[in-house]
Design a protein around this ligand. Structure first.
Ligand code: IYR
Length: 224
């Protein structure tokens, strides 16, 4: 049993407001250079980076601090090939019409298609699972709370850390993605949320202009 003790919150640095603004803007500018990449090189990437990014993701706030996530990390060429084959099968149906016209039209400016070769080329695939049941102690099977929100925040930290480490990333969301649970050998109470692909971009990698257009502050915030 964990206790209910409190400890002083002392880990924030003492800064001037000027320095705080500088740091916020510096991080903002760096994150604004992150791009979703669909063209990867097969250049190896140290496992240490992936480990650090997952530990960072694991610091995310979560419902009742149950930390309802699991990261299945794949570097095996055989498993990557299995994931690619299963994902492409789903995506072929998706792009052949299952998605519906409105969805396909929305995706057109991104230029995506059913070719998911990057799932084999990139050195690392991180399959992120949300756990409907869990708890803090290993083996707990308690109810988890705000799983979608908690895992979403964890994925954000994962992407931010990988970007800070100088790697390209892609959030891949095949639909439906139940096959990821089978391939990764995860239990029924875990739901695959996304595949985060990480690596170096290929030397000739491009990104769609459409994806670089971000809504301005006035459009995404209101001040009351
Ligand atoms: N999962 C598909 C389709 C797709 C859907 C959305 I919404 C995107 O922003 C991008 C792609 C694919 O990976 O191609």
């Amino acid at each position: 049993m964990r206790d209910h003790a409190q400890i002083p919150y002392t880990q924030l640095p003492t800064l001037s407001d000027e320095e705080r603004i500088k740091r916020a803007r510096s991080f903002m500018r760096d994150m604004a250079t992150r791009r979703t990449c669909r063209m990867f090189a097969d250049t190896p990437v140290p496992r240490d980076i992936i480990e650090a990014a997952i530990v960072a993701a694991g610091t995310a706030p979560s419902g009742a601090n149950h930390q309802p996530w699991h990261f299945a990390v794949i570097s095996s060429p055989e498993v990557k090939a299995q994931i690619r084959a299963a994902a492409e099968e789903e995506e072929q149906a998706f792009y052949a019409g299952k998605a519906g016209q409105e969805w396909l039209e929305a995706l057109a400016p991104l230029g995506t298609d059913d070719d998911k070769s990057y799932l084999e080329t990139a050195p690392w695939l991180i399959v992120v699972f949300g756990q409907r049941k869990g708890g803090i102690e290993p083996g707990d099977m308690k109810q988890n709370y705000y799983v979608t929100e908690s895992v979403g925040i964890a994925c954000g930290l994962l992407l931010a850390t990988l970007h800070k480490a100088g790697l390209a990333t892609l959030t891949h969301t095949p639909s439906p993605m139940g096959f990821l649970r089978d391939i990764c050998g995860r239990p029924d109470h875990e739901k695959p949320v996304m595949v985060v692909v990480a690596g170096h971009p290929s030397p000739d990698a491009t990104v769609p202009v459409h994806a670089t257009i971000k809504k301005p502050l006035e459009q995404i915030a209101s001040w009351l």
